[in-house]
Write a new protein. Structure first.
Lengths: 761, 75
């Protein structure tokens, strides 16, 4: 302790000029009173934490040790929530105390840069919801579904333990460090901390990763809408609904967001119901039964137009709908799981975990579980959000723990619920839906033969199970509906129909879930294209200065076209891939996301080192080390593995050799054209893997270099903004502690004219 | 009566939260900020930093700023 405290004196430059009581009232709690409250273990507090610990422990025993014939879904929920509470109360407090060291005497950017627009102090509970809506998307819903083939336990452990030790730590640190730097972006922080080489590598990696992520999200929607007139109609209707909402807000009643969101939501439900009628009509079957390639082109054209249209017309209104649907559906699913408590009939760990021959995503548990489930456990993409809007809205420094760490725990809970939903459906149906068409032939008979041929105990799929389910959910077929979204939709409808409506409502719930996922994937596609376009324009601007001007139309359109072409090419590659698409591309998505996490954690490590906190460096080094090992080894397997199912280049060689030998069909490719497509696709995927891994290794090495340099020099150099005296007060967590209540009451009682006005400039 | 008051307070809370979440209170916050910065300026320099935008102008300005500074949505 002595070493640490002397070290901190010189390093984290305690801003002695800051006052706790600048005027009439304190802007921060007395540290001693605060700590005394934390340390004071009243009998009630002891009882509550004992119950949480016991319940959490019991749940883990039920999941990991007892492993009966079936296991009840409620144990997943309890294990998750109890572990999160313990992680939040103890581990995040530890990080707060030793690494983050927030100081409420210091004004946040929302206070000292306040402009009433981009920088505006926002209530912590509102900001929590805001931040959660921005980080939670399709990722935590899709990854766990695909990883369910390994059994229920590996995914559950990784999601829960991973978030406490890695994902939430990353989000918390990036949010806090960005806030201390006036809301600077991850790219800028990388340049500041890692120098030009590391910073540039981080920037290029971010751009390439963005393209891959948008492409694969688009692939998920494509797979969900192909051959589904109902889905195409109801998701297609979101476009006119959003346009109507946009015009309403622009011209008719500006600012009435809640009102138009409710109108939009009602229209959305009408579109889902209407989709059912369209599905039964002849014209629906004639004009809206579209194949994957057509849908993919539709999304590409849509993506381009959406990204060049003004924000108010399409993006902003759909974002409101998306937020509305997200919070509502997740809440609804949580309530349904707790009430229905589905029994789960899946082995704890399946044989695919060790053989690596699973039909959903190829590869053994290590490292592929950790890249298949990215969002929900550790998601690098969050670092872009946590260094974007959120840090500019935080009221007080101590709130970053609740918003950053707590927000990520919520996303993890969503991932657990998605896992439960996927596990609750029949395993035979699960594999029939998630095996690629190359394996099932896309037919009911083919799927039944394939799934029963897997030799899974307790799985006995019959053709009628597949056709009945397809009829119930209002689809032509559910065979080989890969991508995760349709499986989750079946799971959600299976759970929801037990609560409301029975089998007759299943088709509604199924399409409700598809709509819910498509909404925020399309928003992510649109927003991702815009962000990528700005990044590209910024980089191009270094060579052609005209591109720097983002309102220069031809430049904006050209940059948008380049970005859309980039992700569109990957999307089309996935859609037409003779090997199945999602199972070859999804690992790339996870690897990309985790490498971004490694980059974000590398930047955090350099910052922690520069603050001189070497004693606690392990808090960052642990998740960074794990993410690096997982992603680099997964990348190396994808690049160097000699098993064609896993290594891109091994697959490439196998097909190239077959072509050279004059064969006209090979593996799952029925003709020469398909074989050539495999050769092309695997080459692109392999090259992308190499680019990712090289860029990430550069970033990680420069971060280690920066860390070592900081250790040698003890430089205390900081890239933080200068400390500014805060004039306001707000509590830190969701619920006020007794000392916070006292202070808050004093502020509430202060006459309005005496309250210090928050001013920026 | 107390039950009714509780229900009303709860409903008000839900509406307040929803409006905050969707960002409907942005204009109110902007007006409050503007008034505050005008007051402090008045003690010293006596000039408003910028003329106050009308509600319509504010919302247009807000989406136009989003056009120039796009924010990613997560996966």
């Amino acid at each position: 302790m002595g070493a640490a405290s002397t070290m901190s004196e010189g390093t984290t430059q305690e801003p002695t000029a800051l006052k706790r009581i600048p005027h009439d009232l304190a802007v921060a709690l007395d540290p001693e009173a605060r700590d005394a409250h934390d340390r004071q273990w009243t009998p009630l507090k002891i009882i509550i934490w004992s119950v949480i610990s016991l319940l959490g422990g019991l749940s883990w025993v039920m999941l990991a040790v007892v492993r009966g014939e079936t296991v009840n879904a409620i144990w997943f929920v309890f294990a998750a929530i109890c572990t999160y509470l313990i992680g939040y109360r103890f581990y995040s407090k530890f990080i707060e105390k030793h690494i983050v060291r927030p100081d409420d005497r210091r004004a946040t950017p929302a206070e000292y840069k306040a402009d009433g627009k981009d920088f505006a102090a926002t209530d912590r509970r509102v900001l929590f919801g805001h931040h959660f809506a921005a980080i939670a998307g399709a990722g935590p819903l899709v990854g766990p579904v695909l990883a369910a083939q390994l059994g229920y336990l590996p995914g559950t452990i990784w999601i829960i333990v991973g978030v406490v030790l890695a994902g939430a730590v990353q989000d918390y640190l990036v949010l806090h460090f960005s806030m201390r730097r006036g809301g600077r972006s991850l790219g800028q922080m990388a340049r500041d901390e890692l120098g030009v080489i590391g910073g540039t590598a981080a920037l290029i990696a971010t751009l390439v990763i963005m393209v891959i992520i948008v492409a694969i999200l688009a692939l998920v929607v494509t797979n969900a809408l192909a051959e589904s007139p109902w889905g195409v109609f109801s998701v297609g209707m979101t476009i006119p609904i959003a346009l109507f909402m946009g015009c309403y807000l622009r011209f008719f009643r500006p600012g009435k967001i809640t009102e138009i969101s409710i109108i939009g939501f009602v229209l959305l439900i009408a579109a889902i119901v209407g989709g059912g009628m369209v599905n039964g009509s002849e014209w629906g079957q004639t004009y809206l039964l579209l194949d994957k390639v057509t849908i993919a082109w539709g999304i590409i054209i849509y993506g381009f137009i959406a990204a060049i249209l003004p924000v108010w017309l399409l993006l902003a209104p759909r974002d409101y709908l998306s937020t509305f649907m997200k919070i509502g559906t997740i809440g609804m699913l949580a309530v349904a799981i707790v009430i229905i408590r589905p029994e789960i009939n899946v082995p704890a760990v399946s044989g695919f975990a060790t053989t690596g021959t699973g039909p959903v995503v190829a590869g053994t548990l290590f490292p592929f579980l950790f890249v298949t489930i990215a969002c929900g456990a550790l998601s690098g993409f969050h670092a872009l959000i946590a260094s974007g809007t959120t840090p500019k809205l935080i009221q007080k420094e101590r709130q970053t723990r609740f918003i950053g760490y707590g927000g990520m725990l919520m996303e993890s809970l969503v991932a657990i619920m998605a896992l439960v939903a996927a596990l609750s459906i029949d395993r035979g149906i699960y594999f029939a839906m998630n095996a690629s068409p190359a394996l099932t032939g896309g037919t009911v008979q083919g799927a039944v033969a394939f799934v029963n041929g897997l030799g899974l105990t307790g799985v006995n799929l019959t053709p009628s199970m597949l056709t009945d389910m397809a009829t119930n959910v209002g689809e032509e077929s559910i065979v080989s509906r890969t991508g995760g979204a349709p499986t989750l939709a079946v799971g959600l409808s299976h759970i929801m129909q037990q609560l409301i409506g029975g089998t007759s409502m299943m088709s509604f719930w199924y399409h409700f879930a598809i709509m819910f996922e498509a909404l925020f994937i399309l928003t992510a596609v649109d927003a991702g294209t815009r962000v990528a376009r700005f990044m590209l324009q910024d980089s191009l601007g270094n060579f052609f200065p005209k591109f720097k001007n983002t309102s220069w139309r031809p430049g904006a359109w050209a940059a948008t076209a380049i970005m859309v072409a980039a992700w569109g090419a990957v999307l089309l590659m996935g859609v037409t891939d003779p090997l199945g698409g999602i199972n070859t591309l999804f690992p790339l998505f996870g690897i990309a996301n985790q490498l971004l996490a490694a980059i974000a954690l590398a930047v955090c490590m350099a910052i922690v080192a520069k603050r001189g906190l070497f004693k606690y460096l392990w808090v960052v080094a642990l998740p960074l080390g794990f993410a690096s090992v997982v992603t680099i080894s997964a990348s190396f397997l994808k690049i160097f593995s000699t098993t064609p199912g896993i290594g891109y280049f091994a697959q490439n060689r196998a097909f190239a050799n077959a072509l050279a030998a004059g064969e006209t069909s090979f593996g799952t490719a029925p003709n020469v054209l398909a074989m050539e497509a495999v050769v092309r696709n695997t080459m692109v995927q392999g090259v992308l893997s190499i680019i990712f891994v090289v860029l990430s290794i550069i970033v990680i090495l420069t971060a280690i270099q920066a860390t070592v340099r900081a250790y040698r020099q003890r430089s205390n150099a900081t890239s933080e903004d200068d400390a500014v005296q805060s004039q306001t007060y707000a509590p830190a967590g969701f619920i006020m502690t007794p000392p916070e209540k006292v202070l808050q009451a004093q502020w509430d009682a202060l006459p309005a004219e005496k309250k210090i006005k928050v001013t920026g400039h | 009566m107390t039950l009714w008051a509780g229900v009303r307070a709860g409903a008000r809370g839900v509406i307040w939260y929803l409006k905050g979440l969707l960002g409907e209170d942005a204009y109110e916050k902007y007006v409050a900020h503007h008034a505050a910065s005008y007051e402090t300026d008045a003690t010293g320099l006596d000039r408003a930093p910028h003329p106050l935008l009308t509600e319509r102008e504010f919302w247009r300005d807000q989406t136009d700023r989003q056009d120039k500074n796009p924010q990613g949505r997560c996966c």
